[in-house]
Design a protein around this ligand. Structure first.
Ligand code: OOG
Ligand code: NI
Length: 461
């Protein structure tokens, strides 16, 4: 039998092999990430593994996919359900982006600490919003919905196998092989010619709308390795002559611990695609939709920590308006140094980040009773706190990443009222709860505290 986490790890690995064949620059990114990680491990030793074992980090990827209809999204949820990945978080990219991105998104990922440690594969999944009148007028909406209703992204055999895997949390070897084969194939770039006129019509609204609704299949948009020093990676990629976007998104590099998520990418590359022109002939053209992204993950902030982060971002925006990128980064560093505690202990003391707590193997053994207060337990060496790694995404960075493949501005009619979507709506569409990421971190933290209390006999048992 192949267990759920083995299916997830195998799927991530095969998807990575497939994407490497399709987009060779991705392989360069993976190679350089591995080199940087080895160097960081050599230089920092155990500290390099504070936010995940080197085994986890080396295998770690997130993917991004985009689908067109609620039905398609429900099918995606079944495939990821088979892999032990659940919808977490709601991201509204229609609001976050400077130019038009007509999608709302969630991320499918493992939610349990042990499952994350085994393999944390996650997929940022976006759903097109044809009902949003700011992007699509009634006529285009009808044509788009009609086009989407006529395609099949996932064969029934794949979905049947997925349901069996989700129910049993495992599959016999032969079925697992078939499931993985069909699942990877569903995300390959299709050789089927793209209808050029239709694609261009959608492109005028948004390149993302064209990528989703302009073709009869779906594909992986990017696959992102995790790196332990993203500034160093950025330097090395640039040295190799690969043109990166001009920033690293997210928190600045600073003297304190890494928090949340820092990401950067190289620009979408022109890939040869078969195009059917209006007179019916098929030619080879080029489309720029897929790119390479890399990320560094830090400590998960609490709601309070995140509010502080968002406030800092807003202040950087305000004060850095019109400044060159380097000055903006310097300003961000200065503001951070003023407002963010620059140690794990500082973050913990102010309740700004999440930790799990563990009874210390070398705790006092002199027969004394452990104190009741968390701070005293930590200071007395009874327990230690390990930071929880941020497993999710940032809407603002996501919007920035979407921009890396938008050569056209697209258009949004801001006189129209946007269609309303939220997390509850998405849960309804999926028939599955979309988890709130903050709740998940809090629960993980609380479970560890209950365990500690029990192990130290502080819970009255
Ligand atoms: C998804 C963009 C968001 C990230 O890492 O924030 C994303 C897409 O381009 O489909 O992947
Ligand atoms: Ni991404």
């Amino acid at each position: 039998m192949i267990s759920q986490w083995q299916l997830r790890a195998a799927f991530a690995q095969r998807l990575s092999d497939m994407y490497g064949r399709e987009v060779p620059a991705y392989t360069t990114l993976v190679d350089v990430s591995r080199e940087v990680n080895e160097d960081v491990l050599r230089a920092q030793g155990a500290d390099a593994e504070r936010l995940g074992s080197i085994g986890r980090v080396t295998a770690e990827r997130h993917g991004a996919i985009r689908v067109g209809t609620p039905d398609e999204l429900r099918q995606v949820a079944r495939i990821f359900g088979a892999l032990g990945m659940h919808p977490v978080g709601f991201y509204d990219l229609r609001e976050a982006a400077a130019s038009a991105v007509p999608v709302v998104s969630t991320a499918f990922r493992p939610v349990d600490g042990e499952e994350l440690a085994r393999n944390p594969f996650r997929v940022f999944t976006s759903l097109l919003t044809p009902a949003d009148p700011r992007f699509f007028d009634p006529d285009l909406r009808a044509r788009l919905e009609n086009f989407l209703a006529g395609r099949e992204l996932f064969p029934p055999e794949l979905l049947d196998l997925a349901d069996r895997a989700e129910r049993a949390a495992e599959l016999p070897e032969e079925d697992a092989e078939r499931f993985l084969h069909l699942a990877v194939r569903a995300f390959e770039l299709s050789p089927e010619p793209v209808d050029q006129a239709w694609y261009t019509t959608l492109e005028r609204v948004s390149a993302v709308a064209a990528d989703i609704g302009g073709v009869r299949s779906t594909h992986i948009n990017h696959l992102t390795p995790r790196v332990l020093d993203i500034d160093e990676l950025y330097r090395r990629m640039t040295e190799r002559g690969i043109e990166m976007i001009d920033t690293i998104q997210g928190p600045p590099r600073w003297q304190g611990p890494d928090v949340l998520l820092r990401q950067t990418s190289f620009r979408a590359l022109a890939e040869p695609r078969a195009l059917r022109t209006p007179d019916g002939t098929v030619t080879t053209g080029a489309l720029r939709v897929r790119f390479g992204e890399v990320e560094a993950r830090g400590i998960a902030l609490s709601r309070a920590g995140r509010a502080r982060y968002d406030r800092l971002l807003a202040r950087v925006d305000e004060q850095a308006a019109g400044l060159p990128q380097a000055d903006r980064a310097a300003l961000a560093r200065t503001l951070w140094a003023q407002e963010m505690p620059d140690s794990e202990q500082g973050l913990a003391a102010q309740g700004l980040a999440h930790f799990t707590h563990h009874v210390a193997p070398d705790r006092p053994r002199d027969g004394s009773r452990p104190p009741a207060a968390l701070r005293d337990l930590l200071e007395g060496g009874w327990i230690r706190a390990d930071p929880l790694v941020y497993e999710d995404f940032l809407p603002r960075s996501a919007a920035g990443i979407f921009q890396s493949n938008l050569s056209e501005e697209g258009s949004r009619n801001n006189e129209q009222q946007g269609a309303a979507y939220d997390s509850a709506w998405l849960s309804g569409v999926l028939g599955r709860d979309v988890a709130d990421p903050f709740d998940l971190y809090e629960e993980q933290q609380n479970r560890s505290l209950v365990r500690v209390a029990r192990e130290l006999g502080l819970d009255g048992t």
